[in-house]
Write a protein that binds this ligand. Structure first.
Ligand SMILES: [Zn+2]
Length: 137
């Protein structure tokens, strides 16, 4: 098994905006995700500069969710049977949670290369939400 991914934390951190954004610390230049709070590297609380990363990276943790999704993701789970949940270390050196897309989520392992793409995440109150997902490179 790969590194442990806490599912509640994963859902919570999942970005539901249109693009993938990480925060760069103005003091030590380290990248942080989510782009808010204190810097994980130097503990600075200075406001991050929001950066759009290249989107390519390596899977460092992987799990497949086949039930127990929050309500907004239930339709997606029903449509796709399984959701691949990954923690990806971007080439910028920061780890971001995401879903897999365009592939069988069971066929992934740590160390696989992926890239971020914008895909439909879920529909809530009639509004389709998009966010970054990862697909094989
Ligand atoms: Zn810092």
């Amino acid at each position: 098994m790969g590194a442990y991914v806490s599912i509640p934390t994963w859902w919570q951190q999942l970005d539901s905006r249109y693009r993938l954004v990480v925060g760069q610390c103005p003091d030590c230049e380290a990248f942080n995700f989510p782009p808010e709070g204190a810097c994980a590297t130097c503990a600075s609380v200075a406001a991050f500069e929001r950066i759009e990363p290249e989107g390519t990276g390596t899977i460092v943790a992987h799990t497949v969710i086949e039930g127990g999704a929050p309500p907004e993701f239930e339709a997606l789970l029903e449509a796709e049977d399984a959701i691949g949940a990954v923690l990806v270390e971007l080439d910028e050196g920061v780890r971001v949670p995401g879903m897999l897309t365009d592939c069988d989520p069971h066929e992934f392992a740590r160390g696989d290369r992926v890239e971020a793409v914008v895909r439909k995440m879920f529909e809530q109150e009639g509004i389709v939400r998009y966010g970054a997902k990862f697909r094989p490179v």
